[in-house]
Design a protein around this ligand. Structure first.
Ligand code: SF4
Length: 519
């Protein structure tokens, strides 16, 4: 398909005398085109005179793999960079390399394959047998350091990797550096936003703007929350500069984990509304919704709320306490503002969860539906995956039998609910293995990427239970321990103990707190 027909502001450059980069999103076009990090890097790389950067996505039909801009195969490019937000897409990385006729083994190929993105900062190890080097950090922080190295040394792969390896945020698996540190901007200045839009994107024709980095709410399951610590916001001036670049009457998606009542965000939202823009938001923290913020929603059609559970016990375990009253209050306000749709997100399989907890969530949904709001609801249940670099890295992942029992329970109790979706237990199981695994997942990933059945692929992993049921001790060594995200392991351990003792932890106060090590 010629996707360019559906896009605005794409960048198509001449190739002559330029260094070419294939920037790959290891999933379908519509998903990648709604990923702000990926789009931002595409635009940044193309700012360099001497670089031509083109996008590559997982093809819908597994036949040909070509870049979007000039329809070229992977082999035509000088450098390949993957941007990977989700661990499950590690499988697609292998599919794409194979479709591009690039050898999976770094030492057997001349092409250079780099990878970055949130999934790799959390745990690059399962992918380390296939990638020459990982770039662990926020692009705006690493760009100026790596671009000169790329341009000066790409012709000699070994020298290039040696140079890259001198940066603390680079992980070259075969060079065996012991520790890496995720690079983060201390005071973010350049607001991350994307100018390219597409009708075929999940957020169709929507400009995306990052309004803050990180989140100080300390939900214990949330890897992004810990990875992006400390929470950081942009100044009013920097946000103002972006407003000027957004065309009037556009759709704008505001991305940021915690922003509901910050004055800078209100300013940005109001200025965009004055330009006739319609705003959409990633998941809202309704416990921080102010009346002023609600005003921003006047043209918005749908919002998402993620209570995760309705059980008060589990709310203490996960350190996220959206109360029933807050939710009902917010729904009434949404209704008044003319919103049409509210998407709810819940989790199954949380630590310490039992049948009583599931019943509480079911009862909450029934009560919500009885209230007859004039809103369309949808309910999505996903399975909890104990992610690296969170207090739940010590938690056990339930086995497939238990996951399926929970799935059956929810389906049985809520059989009459429209728009009820439950994630497949099998895909959660694969996600957990990849998120938590090490290099010994090499064969497993190869087999899954070739379409092998899970049962057979599992036989290639020496010890599945060690990956999914870690020893409950601070001494447990995880494959991702070598990556320093700035949050101390003993802090995570203390948070894990607080979760088991059903204790809440207050939100971050970056002015005076030094607790986790990130500030
Ligand atoms: S040091 Fe304190 S305020 Fe800063 S990120 Fe850690 S917990 Fe939050």
């Amino acid at each position: 398909m010629d996707y360019l027909k559906f896009e605005k502001n794409y960048i198509k450059k001449r190739w002559k005398n330029k260094f070419s980069i294939a920037l790959i999103f290891p999933n379908y076009y519509q998903v990648g085109m709604s990923n702000l990090g990926f789009l931002y890097i595409y635009e940044r790389l193309n700012k360099y005179e001497e670089i031509v950067c083109e996008r590559v996505f997982l093809p819908e039909k597994e036949t040909t793999l070509r870049s979007i801009e000039s329809n070229r195969p992977l082999k035509d490019f000088d450098l390949i960079i993957f941007s990977i937000p989700f661990e499950i897409d590690y499988i697609n990385v292998l599919k794409i390399l194979r479709l591009g006729e690039i050898d999976l083994e770094p030492l057997k190929r001349k092409e250079i394959v780099l990878a970055g993105g949130v999934a790799t900062w959390l745990n690059p190890e399962p992918l380390s047998p296939f990638v020459d080097a990982f770039l662990l950090g926020e692009w705006e922080e690493i760009e100026e350091k790596i671009i000169p190295v790329i341009l000066d040394y790409f012709q000699d792969k070994e020298e290039f990797l040696e140079k890259l390896d001198t940066f603390p945020f680079v992980y070259v698996p075969f060079m065996g550096k012991k520790e890496m540190k995720v690079a983060k901007s201390k005071k973010p200045k350049k607001v991350i936003y994307s100018k390219i839009i597409s009708k075929k994107a999940e957020f169709s024709d929507t400009y995306l703007i990052e309004v803050s980095k990180g989140c100080g709410k300390a939900c214990r399951f949330c890897a992004a929350g810990f990875l992006y610590r400390p929470p950081r916001s942009y100044s009013e001036n920097h946000l103002n500069e972006v407003v000027e670049k957004i065309s009037d009457n556009s759709k704008v998606g505001l991305i940021g984990l915690e922003f509901a009542d910050k004055k800078e965000i209100l300013m940005l939202g109001n200025k965009l509304l004055e330009k006739g823009c319609t705003l959409t938001f990633s998941s809202l923290r309704i416990d921080a919704l102010s009346n002023e913020f609600l005003e921003l929603l006047k043209e918005t059609k749908s919002v998402a709320i993620a209570p995760e559970t309705a059980s008060f016990k589990l709310k203490k375990v996960i350190n996220k306490n959206l109360t029933e009253e807050e939710i009902f209050w917010a729904l009434s306000r949404f209704q008044e503002k003319g919103l049409k749709k509210v998407k709810f997100y819940f989790m199954l399989g949380l630590p310490l969860e039992n049948l009583e907890d599931l019943k509480e969530t079911v009862e909450f949904i029934k009560k919500l539906l009885e209230k007859k709001y004039k809103l369309n609801f949808s309910f999505t249940f996903s399975f909890f995956v104990p992610k690296p670099h969170t207090p739940f890295q010590w938690a056990n992942f339930l086995d497939l039998r238990e996951l399926r029992e929970r799935e059956r329970f929810i389906k049985r109790e809520l059989y009459y609910v429209k728009n009820l979706k439950i994630e497949s237990p099998k895909s959660a199981f694969i996600q957990a293995l990849i998120a938590r695994g090490g290099r010994d997942l090499k064969e497993f990933l190869i087999l899954l990427s070739q379409g092998e059945a899970l049962k057979r692929a599992l036989k290639s992993i020496p010890n599945v239970s060690k990956i999914l049921s870690p020893k409950n001790s601070l001494e447990t060594v995880f494959p991702w321990d070598k990556i320093d995200i700035g949050v101390k392991k003993d802090y995570l351990w203390r948070e894990w103990q607080r979760a088991l003792n059903l204790e809440f932890t207050p939100f971050c106060n970056t002015k005076k707190c030094k607790l986790c090590g990130a500030c």
